[in-house]
Ligand binder design. Structure first.
Ligand code: ATP
Length: 457
């Protein structure tokens, strides 16, 4: 077991094996953008599928949507993003590097202080009192904090003027708020119910970086629970627990996870909490659970003129529902899962790198390997055809069997199936387990069940 996994270990492995490439690499890259390669796309699809299954398909009170990235610009006026949403930026006067003041504090305090809801004055005071220096040059000569709006702007139509400005959404949740009435009516949904979505968001982050941790384009998996205010804290606690169970079940280590309750809250909120993970860069937010009061729906009522109300069919009480939000970034969670899975195991004569993914998220569940290409290729292709109907499989007939096993270890494939003379003669295959390296023999027609029994989530 490797003592300390470094971010470089993860970045290098991702690049070398096709999990994640630098965005636009042949043009020298495009800072803080990343492209998922053949393994990465399988991995994130599995993560998203596991989330959707758990939070949408297994909960009949949750309804999915897939809203547009471009929305009526009035949405962003209602949400407060146009006017007051802004990251607190400050520059180091010595080296001219720009930073987000709240991120500086969070990094300095190793995630202990939630600086998100601090005023500019509070941020400046904390930085002064604690003599937080520039992470780039070590200087202590900061500009005053100014607000920076991280929304990406573009324009609609052929004329570029302010009237045509549209924004790339900086968060997905507005897609659920604006569809609250649609979903409630068309699904005949009764409160409490939730609307969930997985989709891309864009933020012109001041200090992006740390690989997939903070990027300018990222995907969010999140849901908004609409409830009566009297029940809201119960749902808040419920989602805190469900959010934690989900990441534990995916394989994150309990010791590297902690709740972090915010003591500074937005004016409309009753409670807010992050779950933090101990990344190689320290304790950082992995996901958020926020009590948002009636703020979002009230604002959309005000700006759209539509009553965002619910009438209880039993009591006839009319009210604006309270919202509990649970949100987690696909890239950020994937980074945590990559860090968690990475292992360098010392063997008798060498060391192997193994990605110990939970089989549910492993890019490939099975690798089909003909022992000797010349003799066993046709049979192996036949087996691949059968198994690939059940789960994602890969096929490899290049190099020695030992080297092929190692490659599957590095990419985290839980089972290797070797096709040899016995397969041709009596329809049995050898199954090698990634973690224990133990091998067993099974008839071909029992393989699919053997494996699918082990990948239940
Ligand atoms: P942070 O404080 O790290 O900027 P946030 O509090 O602004 O995050 P939210 O707006 O609550 O984050 O978004 C919910 C989740 O979306 C975060 O917990 C994180 O997993 C993910 N996320 C937010 N911003 C980014 C980003 N720039 N890159 C990758 N993931 C992100």
């Amino acid at each position: 077991m490797k003592e300390k996994v470094l971010m470089e270990d993860i970045v290098n492995l991702c690049k070398q094996y096709g999990f994640v490439y630098q965005g636009s690499e042949i043009y020298g890259g495009f800072a803080n953008t990343w492209d998922f390669g053949p393994l990465g796309v399988e991995l994130i699809n599995n993560v998203k599928h596991a989330w959707w299954k758990r939070f949408v398909n297994e909960d009949f009170r949750t309804y999915g949507v897939d809203a547009g990235i471009l929305m009526n610009p009035r949405v962003w006026e209602a949400s407060g993003h146009v006017e007051s949403f802004g990251d607190p930026k400050m520059d180091c006067k010595k080296c001219k590097q720009r930073f987000r003041a709240d991120n500086l504090i969070e990094e300095y305090s190793n995630g202990e202080v939630a600086a998100e809801a601090m005023s500019n004055e509070e941020l400046e005071k904390y930085i002064d009192d604690n003599h937080i220096t520039c992470p780039n040059c070590g200087g202590f000569d900061w500009t005053k904090i100014r607000k920076f709006n991280p929304m990406f702007k573009t324009s609609r139509g052929t004329l570029e003027n302010d009237a045509d400005t549209v924004y790339l959404r900086p968060e997905t949740c507005q897609g659920e708020y604006v569809n609250f009435l649609n979903v409630q009516r068309t699904s005949r949904a009764k409160i409490p119910f939730a609307i969930a979505q997985i989709g891309k968001s864009f933020r012109n982050e001041i200090t992006p970086g740390n690989f997939l941790f903070r990027t300018i384009e990222f995907e969010q998996m999140e849901l908004q629970k609409f409830c009566h205010d009297k029940d809201s804290m119960e749902f808040y606690e419920d989602y805190k627990k469900r959010a934690m169970d989900f990441i534990l079940d995916l394989g994150l280590d309990k010791e590297k996870l902690r709740y972090h309750d915010h003591d500074k809250l937005a004016h409309y909120a009753k409670a807010a909490c992050d779950i933090q993970y101990k990344f190689p860069i320290g304790w950082e937010e992995l996901n958020g659970i926020h009590h948002r009061g009636t703020w979002d729906l009230s604002r959309h009522s005000e700006f759209s003129g539509k009553k965002m109300e619910y009438q209880d069919p039993e009591t006839n009480e009319k009210y604006i529902p309270t919202v509990i939000e649970y949100s987690i970034g696909v890239g950020r969670l994937t980074l945590a899962l990559l860090c968690e899975a990475y292992d360098e195991e010392k063997l008798e004569n060498d060391t192997r790198i193994v990605m110990r993914f939970n089989p549910v998220i492993a890019p490939y569940k099975v690798a089909v390997l003909p022992l000797v290409k010349k003799y066993h290729k046709d049979k192996a292709e036949e087996v691949f055809k059968i198994l690939s109907k059940e789960f994602t499989c890969t096929y490899d007939d290049t190099g020695s069997i030992g080297k092929r096993y190692r490659r599957q270890d590095v990419i985290g494939t839980p089972w290797c199936i070797t096709i040899d003379d016995n397969t041709i003669n009596d329809n049995t295959v050898t199954i090698r387990d990634r973690d224990s390296m133990q091998q067993i023999t099974l008839p071909i027609d029992e393989v699919a069940k053997y494996i699918s029994d082990k990948i239940k989530f």
